[in-house]
Design a protein around this ligand. Sequence first.
Ligand SMILES: *Cc1c(COP(=O)(O)O)cnc(C)c1O
Length: 432
Amino acid sequence: MNFISTRGNAPVATLSQAIAAGLAPDGGLYVPEQMPPARALQPGASLAQTAATLLQPFFAGDVLAGELPAICSEAFDFPAPLRPLATPGDHVLELFHGPTAAFKDFGARFLAASLSRLRGGNGRPLTVVVATSGDTGAAVAAAFHRQPGLQVVVLYPDGRVSPRQAHQLGCLGGNIRALRVAGSFDDCQAMVKQALGDADLQARRPLSSANSISLGRLLPQMGYYADAALQHQARHGKPLNLVIPTGNLGNAMAAVLARQLGVPLGRIVLATNANRVLPDYFAGGDYVPMPSVATLANAMDVGAPSNFERLRGFYRGDDAALRAAFIARAVDDDAIRATIRHRFENQGEVFCPHTATALHVLAQLRASGEAAADQDWAVAATAHPAKFEAVVEPLIGREVPVPAALAELLQRPAHAEPCAPQYDALRTCLLG
Ligand SMILES: *Cc1c(COP(=O)(O)O)cnc(C)c1O
């Protein structure tokens, strides 16, 4: 299969080329030239097998095609259980059982497994530059740590990620460099975009991206939605409707693609924090990227959701059709706090602030009847609450036990280099 740029001004690419490049040379995002037809999916298959079945047409004809089953086994080597909640028909899809306790582990591990195979035999190391509002960088750093031929430079907004997130970024060392940028996540993202578009820099130091714009992260995320929805459909005879905590729209975009490939998913609802660019657009306003504002759900502090261009392209730029297909709701910090407290006091359940935005939206949909009583819904639980202990613990009045893999990382010493929020500073650092 071939991949084209959303901006229509770049040569077609194979999947490997698109994965290695990250961003298309015209500044657009790679998308499949056409969507493959629906796949024949088996409810009894493993998560890794289901992911491979879904991904197979995208890899057809690519140099990595024969490696796809092995790549999936490496990336999908921890579970994504769908767990019922107290309210009948409500579920959480737990995506946080990987090494850094967030859903981004799946995509990051798939990307690392792909890029490490693409680098095989080629002398020059590939440098992955990634901007993070917290979880991306941690997942990418952990997935790429000690991978031969690959280096990682992670940029994060200094003081805007949790202490535990910062620690996860700086504690690996070796082929992983952490830069703490004196600016916002959007500054970091803009710096990375500029580096990826800098042909002179790329000639001296080949770069790749690992943000959610990378198809190597986006496409595999279809796997866990497919696994959950297939098993649910087999057991209950109903499709699963989703509420997805949304920042750059990568996770939700994967659900949209999975549904298109025949995965039994119903509605896909977007929950954002107080960064309301998407809710405002879906309510009928123009799409107006804005500077991000800091919230309790900081991995979603995004003012210019990078995958919006893909989503709009998927609807051929037809804004009316796109708006009709989605509900998007913003959830402010007070509602996030209230949801975390309420779920703990009433159900003894502890959730991270991101998952709480989606739980709040699902409760609204149930109350209004937009989520009918006979429908089954799942909230994507995107991170483990122990990653956001500074938010969660004061609200519930007790400590959140740390998963073992995360505890191991937190015991190592950490170091990050300071960096100014301008492209020149990053360029100097990459060439140094
Ligand atoms: C990245 C992230 C999100 C947002 O995902 P997108 O793909 O950027 O929409 C939500 N929750 C957590 C915990 C995250 O790390």
